[in-house]
Design a protein around this ligand. Structure first.
Ligand SMILES: Cc1ncc(COP(=O)(O)O)c(C=O)c1O
Length: 346
């Protein structure tokens, strides 16, 4: 594989962890072994209550906002901010000059807007008409400007790129492409916290190490951050299975092509995973992680949501896609699979 400048994912998980240590709403999310109708128990990492934002994305955008404010602070000639100093008046004065902007299927925008709100900056979020109004209301509730930007996620991405070209707003995308890798890598660095929380729980024996880890992917930020950390420092190595909607297998197709490819397809009911173009950084990280790929259909996704509802887990087709893939994986009886519920009901 040819190396691409800036596309190397080399996170330092201690950085987001240090910032979170000063955050009053941070707590590890639950990791439980549940009897979900499989022969063995399923390990479930439940991100639905993460930082009161409803999804794992809370860890990425907010953290990237903080680091970008720190960068601006340092460019002004200051020593790096300590975790406690991020919300100081002096740091907020610099942050107040910054507008963070992105396109979002919902959760990434909420995370960026929450970061802007906490640290005293502004936020503008582009949402396509597919994104439920509930997200727009929550975004406005934390002070963000919401722009409805066309019918699909792709049109909202175009609108965000145009916004970045025409204004001073700082584009903070969760996807990455040639020449635009630093900020999305920060977002992904934030997600490494999830893998570290799980590793610590397995290490202290709270649960057995998993044999299979199912990771749902949109642009691939979550999946690659977790897969990277698993391969880097988990004591026992599981099989890693990347799960995408049949309508948007952009990582699977890119893996098979050996390069980034666009994956056209119909709209999926897994709205947060319905990404037709993978993140460059995520793709290259996954290529080094020895993972396999599966797709799930909209009907399979609906059936999995209904099945989990019966076990008291309320989520969405995107949030339960890892479990959807587990249901049809045909694992051996002694497997200990792990799935992530990546969001709660929306
Ligand atoms: C709930 C949920 N699950 C999974 C994903 C996929 O994450 P990524 O786009 O980083 O692959 C997203 C992305 O928005 C999401 O909101």
């Amino acid at each position: 594989m040819t190396a691409i400048d800036g596309a190397e994912f080399a996170p330092d998980p201690s950085r987001p962890q240090a910032l979170l240590s000063a955050c009053p709403v941070y707590a590890e999310t639950p990791l439980s072994a549940m009897d979900l109708g499989k022969n063995t128990q399923v390990l479930v990492k439940d991100e639905s209550a993460r930082m009161r934002l409803g999804s794992f994305k809370a860890l990425g955008g907010t953290y990237a906002v903080a680091q970008m404010i720190n960068d601006a602070w340092r460019e002004a000639g200051n020593a790096p901010l300590t975790p406690e100093e991020f919300t100081s008046d002096a740091a907020k004065e610099i942050a107040s000059t910054m507008t963070f902007m992105c396109a979002s299927a919902g959760n990434h925008g909420l995370s960026v807007a929450a970061g802007a709100n906490i640290f005293g900056a502004k936020a503008r979020i582009h949402l396509s008409e597919e994104v439920p109004e509930g997200f727009a209301e929550r975004l406005r509730g934390i002070g963000a400007e919401v722009v409805r930007s066309g019918p699909t996620y792709e049109t909202s991405l175009d609108a965000a790129n145009k916004d970045a070209a025409e204004t001073d707003a700082l584009l903070l995308a969760d996807g990455s492409w040639p020449g635009y890798t630093y900020r999305p890598s920060l977002v992904m660095e934030g997600y490494t916290v999830i893998a570290e929380e799980m590793r610590r729980a397995f290490k202290r024996g709270a649960q057995p190490w998993p044999t299979h880890v199912f990771l749902q992917a949109g642009v691939g930020g979550l999946a690659s951050a977790i897969a990277y950390m698993i391969r880097r420092n988990w004591t026992e190595q599981p099989d890693i299975i990347i799960v995408e909607p049949e309508a948007a297998p952009c990582l699977k197709n890119s893996h098979e092509a050996g390069k980034i490819v666009h994956a056209p397809g119909p709209v999926s009911n897994m709205g947060r995973l319905d990404c037709k173009d993978p993140s460059l950084v995520a793709f290259h990280a996954l290529e080094k992680c020895d993972v396999s790929y599966v797709t799930v259909t909209d009907d399979e996704a609906n059936a999995a949501v209904a099945a989990l509802q019966g076990y008291g887990i309320t989520s969405t087709p995107s949030g339960t896609a890892g479990y959807t893939a587990l249901l049809k994986a045909g694992l051996p009886d002694d497997a200990h699979p792990l799935v992530i519920i990546s969001e709660g009901a929306v």
